[in-house]
Design a protein around this ligand. Structure first.
Ligand code: ZN
Ligand code: ZN
Ligand code: ZN
Length: 325
């Protein structure tokens, strides 16, 4: 931030120091400055092509650095280890590769912390615009509170799949050391506890409920998802005035969701399920995506979440839209 300000001040001084009528600024021209990048350099440039105002070049390695990034992403989740769902870890591994590559290409930074949530503190969060929870969330109150302050101060967040997962009995929700994060589940996400799921993970047609959001603006009315385990929730998100549902899953007898031959209750034949939504009071988006199809016997990869072009459009639209100032 400091560096950016120094550059801007430098530019203004250049303008003001030139005699009137001879400046590149023009008399009534207000510069709109934007970062421009090459592989090795970054600079600020006026977006008016007739203006020609440019700052000195600054150096960086790779496609983007923290100074010239469109936005800076801090990401959490597990990519392996004991006691974790390997299909969820598989998604996080895939996500890390995809977000890093897209960041270098499109101009954002991506820092992955694994499931070390110590970076969720006020000081570190000032360095970031967007936080991602890949199938997990902080479980320590201090870190939860820092995240809440970040969101209440206009920070952006996208949560994936099990990042919303919670199964706590009503009687235990408010007990000391309860894992029920009431603000997060009830107010912020609005979904409450997890209720049910489909199995096996299947690719499904998803309906765009509104195109009036940066995540869905460029999507067709219906698109086919990548394979995923679909979740149902305890609370009715459609009835929540804070929530705008963006994507839904609408299974039918002819096209059910899930295909488990052994457990019929894990196949959905009807219903209207919220799959992605936003809370209108925050720069946030939750999406059900984040469970790859794989064999639990030999962990052989069988699907990729980022294989659906429309889903990728959806995510990038969300990332750029939520961080837009
Ligand atoms: Zn200008
Ligand atoms: Zn740079
Ligand atoms: Zn899952």
């Amino acid at each position: 931030m400091k560096k950016r300000f120094a550059l801007l001040t430098g530019l203004l001084l250049v303008c003001f120091s030139l005699p009137l009528g001879m400046t590149a600024c023009g008399e009534k021209h207000t510069h709109v400055l934007e970062w421009r990048r090459s592989e090795t350099e970054h600079w600020l440039e006026c977006t008016d092509p007739a203006c020609g105002l440019k700052s000195d070049f600054g150096e960086h390695t790779g496609g983007v650095c923290k100074d010239c990034a469109e936005f800076r992403t801090l990401s959490f989740g597990f990519t392996g280890g004991a006691d974790v769902d390997t299909a969820h870890a598989d998604f996080a591994q895939e996500a890390n590769e995809w977000f890093s590559a897209k960041g270098a290409e499109l101009g954002f930074t991506y820092d992955f912390m694994g499931n070390d949530y110590s970076a969720l503190n006020d000081e570190t969060l000032t360095e970031y615009d967007l936080v991602l929870f890949l199938n997990d969330r902080p479980h320590v109150k201090e870190q939860q509170d820092a995240f809440r302050r970040f969101m209440e101060n206009g920070g952006a967040w996208i949560g994936f799949h099990a990042a919303a997962f919670s199964m706590v009995d009503e009687a235990d929700k408010d007990k000391e050391n309860s894992d029920y994060w009431r603000w997060y589940q009830d107010d912020f996400l609005g979904c409450g506890n997890y209720k049910n799921n489909t199995w096996n993970p299947t690719a499904e047609p998803l309906t765009v409920e509104t195109h009036d959001h940066p995540a869905t603006a460029d999507l067709p009315d219906v698109f086919i998802s990548a394979p995923c385990e679909w979740y149902g929730w305890e609370s009715d998100l459609f009835q929540n005035p804070d929530i705008t549902v963006l994507l839904t899953l609408n299974p039918t007898q002819e096209n059910p969701a899930g295909d488990n031959p052994h457990k019929d209750w894990e196949i959905w034949y009807d219903g209207h399920y919220p799959i992605a939504w936003t809370n209108n009071h925050y720069r946030m988006l939750y999406t059900n995506m984040g469970h790859n199809l794989q064999s639990y016997n030999d962990f052989e990869k069988q699907s990729k979440t980022f294989s659906s072009e429309e889903q990728c459009t959806f995510l990038l639209g969300a990332m750029f839209g939520l961080t837009a100032k």
